[in-house]
Structures are given as C-alpha cells and as structure tokens.
Write a protein that binds this ligand. Structure first.
Ligand code: DX5
Ligand code: ZN
Length: 213
C-alpha cells in the first residue's frame, strides 16, 4: 500500500530563513521536503544547488526529495547525493542517456525518480519504469511556482498508474481541489509550494492537501 505523501516545495519558502522554514513544515506534518533545482538552461529560471541541500540537511529528518530541472544531471548526481539528498529525480527530456543517470543515482544508494513535462507522454519513460523508484508527473511547465494546474495531465496519471505501481508524484499548481483530482487519478505524492508556504497556517494547509486521506 503506497503512503499518501505531502512534499512542500521550498521554492516558495522564505529563503532568508530556510532552515527555520524546513523545521516549520516538518512540525506541520510534511512527509518529504521537495527541493526544486533549476539551472537556467533546462528551464528559464535559476534556483539552488548542492550547497543549499547540505545546509538544510541538518535541519530535518525528513527525506529530501530533490527535483533536478537541469540540462546535464549526470554531472551533478555525486554532489547532490553527498549533500544529503534521499530521492533524486531528473527529467526524461535531457540529452544524456537516462539509464546511465539512474545507474549513477543507484550507485550512491539514493532513490531514483524520472520526471516528465506536461507535453511528454508516458511512452517516453515506459522502458525506464522497471529501473526507477518514482515517476514525477509535472502538472505545470517546469520553471516557476504559482502557475495554474494543467488539467490535461490527469489522464496521463491514470494511464501511468495502470502500469506503474510505485510512487507517482505530481508537481505544479497543487491545492486542495487539484489534490483530490490527482489522488483520484492515482498519484500518491503531492508537491505543493505556493499553496503551503502562502498559507498562514502550514499544518492546516498540509491537512487540506491530505483531504482526510
Ligand atoms: C515548477 C516547480 C513548481 C513547484 C511547485 O518548476 O517545480 O511546480 O515545485 O510550485 P507550486 O506548488 O507553487 O505550483
Ligand atoms: Zn519540483
């Protein structure tokens, strides 16, 4: 039975007090800490790197769920692994051979995730499914927090759930309404940035996302 996971994305946290924010969402009931890494090449935004992962590592016992929206993830697996990541997810749309990147993540004994953008079909990752621990289905175009959920991604989640029995994570535009849609479609791990960090009460926001589940 898969656990219902809430993974707040620190992309929407107050970066001037990141350690405190991480402790607050752990106390508020988060399951994972989602870390959105962007390089300004794979996506038109730049965020954080391994140094920030290692600086927040001591602040929480929760798994660090690192989402690499970067062009050459293979070059950075070692540094993100040694920084304390627990799950390392990269995108199927990269030029490198995804099988080599997955093997490298496993070499460092981390969980391997593969992510697909809204316009990428599950056919692009079908052959990789036996190798990975998680699939991250983007429900917005990667790059920025606070975007609207793309409803057309729901059938993709349903079709993926029919052939993939491990963790399916969704990321982008997740709030209490879209969380219900995603869970109904078969996702069990929800990333939420602006909905959680935009709330006055983090634990109420996380409870709303769980919707009693
Ligand atoms: C997109 C980012 C965002 C972030 C979540 O590249 O990955 O999806 O995690 O942002 P919200 O929850 O604000 O859409
Ligand atoms: Zn993400």
């Amino acid at each position: 039975m898969l656990k219902n996971i809430i993974a707040p994305s620190i992309l929407s946290a107050d970066f001037s007090k990141l350690g405190q924010e991480v402790r607050l969402i752990e106390d508020a009931g988060a399951d994972w800490i989602h870390v959105d890494v962007m390089d300004g090449h794979f996506v038109p935004n730049i965020t954080i790197g391994p140094a920030v992962v290692s600086s927040i590592r001591p602040a929480t016992k929760l798994p660090l769920d690192v989402h690499l929206m970067i062009k050459n993830p293979g070059k950075y697996i070692e540094s993100f692994a040694k920084a304390g990541s627990d799950i390392i997810t990269f995108h199927s749309e990269i030029e490198e051979d995804p099988r080599e990147v997955i093997k490298l993540i496993k070499y460092y004994n981390k969980k391997a995730g593969i992510s697909i953008k809204p316009k990428t079909g599950i056919g692009a990752i079908e052959k990789l499914l036996p190798m990975v621990d998680m699939v991250l289905v983007m429900t917005v175009e990667p790059g920025f927090a606070g975007q609207n959920f793309i409803m057309d991604c729901l059938p993709k989640i349903e079709n993926l759930r029919k052939i993939f029995k491990k963790d399916i994570e969704v990321d982008g535009g997740i709030n209490e309404e879209t969380a219900i849609d995603c869970r109904k479609s078969g996702a069990n791990a929800l990333v939420a940035g602006s909905y959680v960090f935009g709330a006055k009460d983090y634990s109420a926001a996380i409870k709303n996302l769980r919707g009693g589940a």
